[in-house]
Design a protein around this ligand. Structure first.
Ligand code: ATP
Length: 591
């Protein structure tokens, strides 16, 4: 089901179910919540005493003795001071509560996302995930920071002023009971439409964010194809769609607000007319009518505020449903195994492994894959592009779980080992190394966070990276750009190799680890890797056969399955795919 389909089915109960997800987050900050409620109690009570001050000023103050007048005014000033201080405290507590809760929500969501399997990340665009982490969570901040505050305050004020209306004039008050439900009706009817519109609007913002993230990350590709104007057009279209979607929500919201205001003011005017009649006939004093009106206006203002609150809640419900959807998606790769082997020898066993990527169910990336690797053995995977070599490494790392069959390390199924201990025992140098916007030192240390500086330097030396690192403006402390930009492809690979060397794991996976190096650097790095691979189980993927000819065994893969296994010489003698590949490569080298 697409997100748009889902959004059209967002019901009111779903909005509240999504918003209920916030309750545990709120309850973590009980102190702030209680402080806010207390301040709210004080300010609401103070607001409700203001009309009394007004009546006193009119009935006792005006025309009476100066002492009475002064007393009435002092009372009014005292109420104003209490209200001011109470409001400041209330604002402080609720704003902080909003920030803390949204901070917690963002931490919870990030922690969930960073642990999700790669199939999940294949499905979701990172720009949309970032949008949920930022824009959608932001909606919630406004809900807690202001909406909930306004909601409770308004509710207290509506009921408080209603009670006071009855105290002031039960007859007139009875009429308000007709007005209030009338004013609330449009709010209730528009609620569901608003929630749907808001969800759609957030979805469109997510789309626009995805597009921006993707194209900014691939800015070199955009510019090299001179697609700047094309991308400007696409972003403009995407943003316009987001604004058009938001406009639908805003239109509904404006209409509801106008209708509520009209109903509220008409009710007040009707009350004023009735009250004016009472005063003329001497049934009521002018001050009492003023007090009544004051309560009616305060109450009406709060009903209006409640209408806005309802709108805001629907809006945040839409955003929160996008967040809950992610939080409620379980990881396909479950960390249920609790075995934590003390030391790993590195024996690997693939049994009848089959795997399809979720979006390519028609065609298995790997099938009938059987391979037994002895501890310390060096095995190369070769074969044409798309044969499934990287997939074998992905499955061993448990980035994905096989659809069928099993993989074992030292005889234990990797699903029974904790994910952390499995991955701690494997060092992977991926096809395209991913470096972070941090110093070279920290990028290498990512392999083992407790490594000392000298260990990092030794790893860099072993990866033949020391020379170029020292030539950087600030050596090991040079900050790399996002994804390691500012280093050449070959330099990035050497940093990634240094990271793997530092990790010092018993199983080593190299996926085209030296493909971006020139022949001379490759030879130097190859030497370092030879040292590294000694006494470790290693699985090496390489297109350049010269780099794998010394492997203990070479596994030839084609279309997701093993077609031959042997040594360089035996495979050459056998003929077939390997011999063909070798002939092509060595012929090219000779010529
Ligand atoms: P290369 O030598 O080009 O890196 P490879 O032998 O490592 O290729 P794999 O990356 O394992 O090949 O891919 C095997 C098959 O699975 C290919 O057909 C590829 O299109 C598909 N594939 C790889 N990754 C994904 C993915 N994330 N989602 C869907 N299909 C994928």
């Amino acid at each position: 089901m697409t997100e748009v389909d889902k959004s059209s089915k967002l019901s009111r109960s779903e909005v509240f179910r999504s918003l209920r997800g916030v309750t545990p987050l709120l309850s973590r900050h009980k102190g702030l919540l209680i402080g806010w409620l207390l301040a709210l109690g004080v300010t609401s009570s103070a607001t409700l005493t203001l009309p009394i001050a007004a009546r006193r000023i009119i009935d006792q103050g005006l025309g009476a003795s100066m002492a009475h007048t002064n007393k009435a005014f002092v009372f009014a000033v005292a109420v104003a001071i209490i209200m001011a201080i109470g409001t400041a405290i209330r604002f402080y507590f609720i704003s902080l509560l909003g920030e803390r809760t949204v901070g917690d929500l963002r931490k919870q969501l990030y922690s969930h996302l960073i642990g999700m399997d790669l199939a999940f990340h294949d499905r979701h665009r990172s720009g949309d995930l970032i949008s949920r982490l930022t824009a959608d969570a932001e909606l919630l901040r406004s809900v807690i920071g202001s909406t909930i505050s306004v909601a409770l305050r308004s509710l207290v004020t509506v009921f408080g002023s209603l009670a006071m209306l009855f105290v002031t004039s039960p007859r007139l008050a009875a009429y308000t009971l007709i007005g209030i439900p009338l004013a609330v009706l449009p709010i209730v009817f528009a609620g569901r439409t608003l929630a749907k519109a808001s969800r759609r609007s957030q979805d469109r913002i997510g789309d626009a964010n995805s597009l921006a993230t993707e194209t900014l990350q691939g800015v070199a590709t955009v510019q090299s194809n001179t697609r700047e104007d094309y991308e400007r057009g696409r972003y403009t279209q995407s943003m316009d769609l987001a604004v058009r979607t938001a406009r639908k929500r805003i239109t509904t919201q404006s209409l509801v607000t106008a209708l509520v205001m009209l109903l509220v003011f008409c009710s007040i005017i009707a009350l004023l007319w009735l009250g004016a009649n009472d005063v003329t006939q001497g049934h009521m004093s002018g001050g009492t009518l003023a007090q009544f009106l004051f309560y009616a206006i305060i109450g009406a203002g709060s009903v209006g505020a409640l209408a806005e609150v309802w709108n805001e809640l629907q809006k945040a419900g839409g955003g929160m449903s996008r967040i809950s959807e992610l939080l409620e998606t379980p990881a396909a790769v479950q960390d249920t195994g609790n075995a934590r082997p003390e030391s790993v020898r590195g024996e690997l066993q693939f049994r009848d492994v089959r795997f399809e990527y979720a979006n390519r169910c028609d065609r298995p990336a790997i099938h009938g894959f059987n391979l037994h690797i002895q501890p310390g053995e060096r095995v190369a995977l070769v074969g044409p592009s798309g044969a499934g070599k990287t997939t074998v490494l992905n499955l061993l790392m448990r980035f994905y779980d096989p659809t069928d069959g099993s993989i074992a390390v030292d005889g234990t199924d990797i699903r029974q080992v904790s994910l952390q201990s499995l991955r701690e025992n494997i060092a992977l140098v991926p096809q395209s190394p991913s470096l972070f916007a941090a110093s070279v030192m920290d990028n290498i240390r990512y392999g083992r966070l407790d490594a000392g500086d000298d260990e990092v330097i030794a790893a860099a030396r072993a990866a033949n990276a020391l020379e170029f690192i020292q030539a950087l403006p600030e050596g090991f402390n040079t900050l790399l750009g996002e994804r390691g930009a500012r280093l050449s492809g070959g330099q990035q690979q050497r940093v990634a190799i240094a990271r793997a060397i530092l990790k010092n794991a018993p199983i080593l996976l190299l996926d085209e680890a030296t493909s971006a190096l020139d022949a001379q650097s490759e030879r130097a790095v190859q030497e370092a890797l030879e040292h590294l691979m000694a006494n470790r189980t290693s699985l090496v993927i390489a297109h350049r056969l010269a780099t794998v000819r010394n492997s203990d065994r070479i596994v030839v893969m084609d279309q997701g399955t093993i077609t031959a296994i042997g040594t360089h010489d035996s495979l050459l003698a056998e003929g077939g795919l390997y011999a063909d590949l070798a002939a092509l490569q060595f012929m090219a080298m000779e010529s």
